[in-house]
Write a protein that binds this ligand. Structure first.
Ligand code: ARG
Length: 483
């Protein structure tokens, strides 16, 4: 008890081991080990600069902190009766430098502002890693889309054949949704990268500390000024986890389509052996296990988000130990997304595309009927609703008689006293012609897809530069603090 730097003053009893094990955060504090040391170095530097602690002693603290970081968390005695990494590091420091020196590090600071700062430092880097992988995936999809600009494929609504498109256009829909995920994470980054350090336990401190100095030393872009909010809020975590949930929803859709499109019934893509498994009894099987596992793992993001929302709702101001239970869910979601992005990138890079089968699907099942109706509007001067009825009737007849639309439409048109040249009918029913005329912004026409790809590339390059700059800034901050 005497050597427990946290409890020795106020308490005369140590809790049972199982109580300490139940309440410690040490099991997952490895995630904030490095950021905690960075945070302490910045705080100590500022204390020296402000003349709050003697320079000689402050320098010793900083030197020793660097050594502890170098030796790694494994070298520390992770004693659960010290509760968390903050106390473990401080006790280690006291063991090395003596309490008269090391005991000064925590001047004007609380674990409450400390942990909030640590989480933000650790999280911002993880978000940038996610962004990097997302940007790589965007680029992979864009180059595949470029290659398949003219690869005809059928588009689905209600999972029924709808209209002709290209596989390139289909892939661009993935690019488009993932771009918003990039934007959401970049937007949220602004609210992660602000400093609560100096908020103290909840009311700042009477020492003349310099919050803007530690903010700058740690590479934060601003302050959370209000000290009660600073130690209390975890809404930056909620925002990140919500963005990850939405990203997960989008990634899950990609997985679902890989699974569906690789079935015998669709047969338009084939996953590489590397991303599939077989059956222990049915020798012919090729199962899309990686995509299925990804689809399931992504569901846990939603559960984690709800868990954290529920922990945080109705907590009173300011710090409550409940907050400690939030971060494990955050890290779990972060790692799930990082790992899943690797899997999806790999699956797409090694995907075999069956262009003949795509051509076969788009050429059957009347996906060009809309264009035939549109042609009637243009050529025969009738309303779209009338044209819709006439072509619908033709489709019904064609199905009943097992024929193509081209074989039944002329006779039906005659009955309505309408004339359409054979060549125009054929053009309307040609899938490539369908795609070519849909050159409106966002449409599947190869020239429009090319334009869209170029504009996506320009923006992706901007995001990439932004992320690189942010990563570089963080690297420089670490270098400067650890020099
Ligand atoms: N392990 C704690 C957490 O993760 C650190 C802050 C402890 N603060 C306190 N007042 N007990 O939240």
């Amino acid at each position: 008890m005497r050597d427990n730097i946290l409890r020795r003053g106020r308490f005369s009893k140590t809790p049972e081991e199982k109580v300490m094990k139940y309440t410690t955060s040490l099991d997952y504090d490895k995630e904030i080990f490095e950021s905690d040391i960075l945070c302490s170095i910045a705080h100590t530097k500022m204390l020296i600069e402000r003349g709050i602690i003697p320079e000689e002693e402050g320098k010793k603290i900083i030197e020793e902190l660097k050594k502890i970081l170098e030796e790694g968390i494994e070298a520390l005695d992770l004693d659960p009766s010290l509760e968390d990494i903050h106390m473990v590091i401080e006790r280690e420091l006291i063991g090395r430098l003596g309490e008269d020196v090391a005991g000064k590090m925590h001047t004007g600071r609380s674990r409450n502002d400390q942990v909030a700062t640590d989480i933000r430092i650790a999280l911002r880097e993880k978000v940038l890693l996610i962004l990097k992988k997302l940007i790589d995936l965007e680029k992979t999809l864009l180059s595949l889309a470029e290659y398949h600009r003219e690869t005809l494929f059928v588009g689905y609504t209600h999972l029924q054949h709808a209209q002709p498109t290209t596989y390139g256009h289909h892939l661009l829909s993935y690019v488009s949704m993932l771009e918003r995920d990039i934007q959401r994470l970049l937007e949220g980054y602004k609210r992660i990268n602000i400093s609560p350090l100096g908020c103290g336990a909840m009311a700042t401190t009477g020492f003349n500390i310099d919050r803007e100095r530690t903010m700058e030393l740690l590479g934060f872009e601003g302050l959370i000024e209000n000290s009660m909010d600073g130690v209390s809020t975890r809404d930056f975590i909620l925002e990140t986890m919500a963005a990850l949930s939405i990203l997960g929803t989008n990634l899950s859709k990609i997985c679902e389509e890989l699974i569906l499109f690789s079935t015998y019934e669709f047969r338009v893509v084939e996953l590489s052996d590397v991303y599939t498994s077989t059956s222990s009894i049915m020798p012919q099987k090729k199962n899309p296990d990686v995509a299925e596992i990804a689809r399931a793992k992504l569901s846990t993001l939603n559960g984690n988000l709800i868990t954290v929302l529920t922990i945080l709702k109705a907590l009173p101001n300011t710090y409550n130990r409940d907050l400690q239970e939030v971060t494990p869910y955050l890290w779990q979601s972060v790692y799930t997304v990082l790992d899943t992005l690797d899997m999806i990138e790999g699956m797409i890079k090694t995907l075999k595309i069956n262009m003949e089968r795509m051509r076969e699907l788009v050429g059957s099942n009347y996906s060009t009927a809309t264009e035939l109706a549109d042609t009637l509007v243009r050529e025969c001067n009738i309303s779209f609703r009338s044209a819709h009825g006439i072509v619908g009737e033709a489709v019904r007849r064609a199905i009943e008689e097992g024929k193509d639309l081209a074989d039944v439409i002329e006779e039906i048109l005659e009955r309505y006293n309408l004339k359409l040249e054979r060549e125009k009918i054929e053009r309307a029913l040609d899938p490539m012609e369908n795609v070519k005329v849909r050159k409106v912004i966002g449409g599947p026409a190869p020239e429009e897809v090319r334009r869209a790809i170029r504009s996506f590339y320009t923006r992706v390059e901007d995001y990439e530069k932004d992320v690189e700059n942010k990563l570089k800034k963080i690297k420089d901050v670490k270098k400067r603090l650890l020099e």
